[in-house]
Design a protein around this ligand. Sequence first.
Ligand code: FPP
Length: 241
Amino acid sequence: MSAGSVASLRLPAHVAIIMDGNGRWAKERGQTRVEGHRAGSEATREVVEVAAELGVKYLTLYAFSVENWNRPKAEVSTLMKLLERFLKERTEELLKNNIRLQAIGRLNDLPEKTRQQLHLSIEQTSHCTGMTLVLALSYGGRTEIVEAVRSILREVKLGHLDPAQINEEVVSQNLYTRYYPDPDLLIRTSGEMRLSNFLLWQSSYTEIYVTKTLWPDFRRKSFIEALDDYSTRHRRFGRVS
Ligand code: FPP
C-alpha cells in the first residue's frame, strides 16, 4: 500500500508505539545489543517521518521505561547517549517537517546532558504546528497514576478540590498526558502481547496492533500496514452498535 492510498483511510489521530525487539534483532545477526539499539534508532527516525507525512497528529514512543533503569549500566548509558544524539542530529529534521517535540515521564531521572538536549529540542520545536512527537522517557504507567493521585490529594488538602468532584476528567487532567488525546492505536513490535506499564489509563479503549516484526525492521511499509489494519476496526467504546 502506498502513502497515497493511506490518505483515503480512517487515520488514527494518536498512535502510540512500544518499540520492542532491538536486542533480538541484534542477536539474530550475531551483533551486540548496542547495535540493535542503533538500528532501532534509525527505524524511529523513519517512522516519525512517515507518521508526520501521513497526517498523524500525535505519535507517542515508549523510548525508555522506569523499569529500563535496571538494565546493565553500560546499556543504559548507551541508550541515553543514543537518545541525546538522536535529538541533536534530528531536531533540524523535526523543524523541517513542522514536528513539535514533547516528553512525558520522570524526566528529572535522565542524565544532565540528555535532559539539557531534550529541553533544548523541545524548546526549538515548540512553535511547530504539525505532528506532536511525544517521547516517553523514564516512563511508567503506574508511577504516572501514583503521581496523579498525589497531586489530586494536594489540591484536596489545600481546599481547592472537594473529593466528591474527583472524576475521570480530574484524573486525566493530572496525568503527564493531560495535553494530548488518548491514543487511538497502540502498536507493539516483536510479538509480545502485553502493555508493559505503558499508558495504562489512557489505553482503555485503544485499538491494539501487535506485529512479530522486530523494531529495527519496522519501517514505512510496516507502519502503513498497521494503519491499514486500524482502518478496518470497528470501535464501539463499550457500546452496542
Ligand atoms: C526495546 O528493545 C527497546 C528499548 C528498550 C528502547 C527503545 C529504544 C530505541 C528504539 C532506540 C533509541 C530511541 C530513540 C528515541 C532514539 P529491547 O532491548 O527490549 O529488545 P529485546 O526485547 O529484543 O531484548
